[in-house]
Design a binder for this molecule. Structure first.
Ligand code: ZN
Length: 437
């Protein structure tokens, strides 16, 4: 195993802490859809996984869009007449409206207020706001602080650049036995927000390391991209190859305390949709499976009608359904190592279903073969009792006619996929099953 693909886990059970540590390291960085914050983020990920970093120049046409100018910030603040900074980008990068153009002006509070954003319904939090496609500037602050600003003159400084540059994204292709691919995608364009962006980054980084260190049937393609414009750019540059994507997941918002939510692909009955629903159904925890809608994260682009890729979205509480969403309250206290670890384990379980979902043909289909004389009742472990093991073998033998896959059998029998797969492996080892052509 190369150093670049080493999972950060050192001792079993540390994996949640390792992902939380990555979230903590990435948290202070000012990310946006372009700029040095994304580059710095990808450089940190490159210490763990062998990401390729791509730069796409400003002005590049990508379907109906254009790669925007690159945005970077050196400093930004609003200072009172006595020089005291009343709003300071250095205290929280959320204070600056994303993509603010450079400004250096003195103005009265009445004019400044037109550029100030707050959330009266959540008065102690700094809201996260951007203006990517309309050139303006602004500051975001807790409503309580906005209300407390005294009348007077203020100095406004946004020391930013918005210039031709490039859009940056990270990609890692991990080849498997087959050219068919599983696409795993997360967004990397939000500043100091933990659940919305950093949780997905941490889980996919860890998952990528684990995938690279094991035998694989499928090839895996990991994308760490700015939301919307990043997936549009990737699709525009890779249109010729998207036919290889057989399954995909957008992973986002998986670090909070809410139950898991799986949003189906546009197709609704893709194998990934069935695999995710199956894993969640057999998990002890509460969960939701919801239908596709053309709103949310990058599944909007992967599932646009011109592509219609089998890509679902795996999250906990969906965007907009928690109070902390897109505010400074989506911080290091809002996500937990345990939530991240459960998300990783669930993603792994979904991948295991995809990897193992093949069809077999029963080699002794005329009446039931005799399992006892082959020692098959003792061949299976996996925590199942003897009766369940026997049921798994009987279901696999009965439905293995070359047309039913192991997921079909798991769904129809009500048994968890790992039990069905284990039964199939044992039966194949005893010559009772052969992989369907
Ligand atoms: Zn967001």
């Amino acid at each position: 195993m190369s150093a670049a693909s080493r999972p950060s886990r050192t001792v079993d059970g540390d994996v949640g802490a390792a992902m939380y540590a990555l979230v903590t390291e990435l948290y202070p960085i000012c990310r946006s859809i372009t700029g040095d914050g994304v580059r710095e983020t990808l450089e940190i990920l490159r210490k763990r996984i062998a990401l390729d970093v791509h730069e796409v120049p400003t002005g590049t046409p990508v379907f109906d869009w254009t790669v925007p100018k690159e945005w970077n910030v050196r400093d930004a603040y609003v200072a009172a007449a006595d020089g005291r900074r009343v709003i300071d980008f250095n205290r929280s990068n959320l204070h600056l409206l994303g993509y603010s153009i450079p400004v250096r002006q003195r103005m009265p509070l009445t004019r400044l207020r037109e550029h100030l954003f707050s959330r009266p319904d959540f008065p102690e939090a700094i809201p996260y706001r951007t203006s990517y496609y309309r050139e303006t500037w602004g500051f975001c602050l807790p409503h309580r602080e906005l209300e407390a600003l005294p009348e007077g003159e203020y100095d406004v400084v946004v020391d930013s650049t918005l210039e031709p540059g490039s859009l940056t994204y990270g990609e890692w292709y991990i080849p498997g036995d087959e050219d068919d691919e599983v696409l795993l995608s997360c967004h990397v364009c939000h500043p100091s927000l933990c659940n919305d962006n950093l949780s997905g980054i941490a889980v996919l980084t860890e998952l990528a390391g684990l995938l690279a260190s094991r035998p694989r049937r499928y090839s895996y393609r990991l994308l760490f991209i700015p939301g919307t414009i990043g997936s549009i750019t990737w699709l525009a540059r890779n249109e010729a190859h998207v036919g290889r994507i057989k399954h995909g997941l957008v992973v986002t918002g998986v670090g909070d305390a809410g139950p898991f939510t799986y949003k189906r692909s546009r197709r609704g009955d893709a194998e990934i949709d069935r695999a995710a629903a199956h894993v969640l159904r057999h998990a002890a925890a509460a969960h939701r499976v919801v239908d596709f809608s053309p709103y949310g994260y990058d599944e909007r682009q992967y599932c646009s009608p011109g592509f219609d890729l089998p890509v679902g979205c795996f999250m906990r509480t969906p965007h907009g359904e928690y109070r902390e969403y897109h505010t400074s309250a989506d911080n290091l206290g809002f996500v937990t190592p345990t939530a991240l670890e459960e998300a990783l384990r669930t993603c792994q379980a979904i991948v295991e279903v995809l990897e193992g979902n093949v069809a077999y043909v029963n080699q002794s289909p005329k009446c039931e073969p005799q399992l006892g004389k082959r020692g098959l009742y003792r061949a299976l472990g996996g925590g199942l009792d003897g009766a369940s093991r026997e049921m798994a073998m009987l279901w696999v033998l009965n439905l293995s006619d070359g047309r039913h896959t192991l997921l079909d059998i798991a769904e129809r029998s009500g048994l968890p996929f790992p039990a069905v797969r284990e039964a199939a492996t044992a039966l194949a080892e005893h010559g009772l099953l052969k992989r369907a052509a």
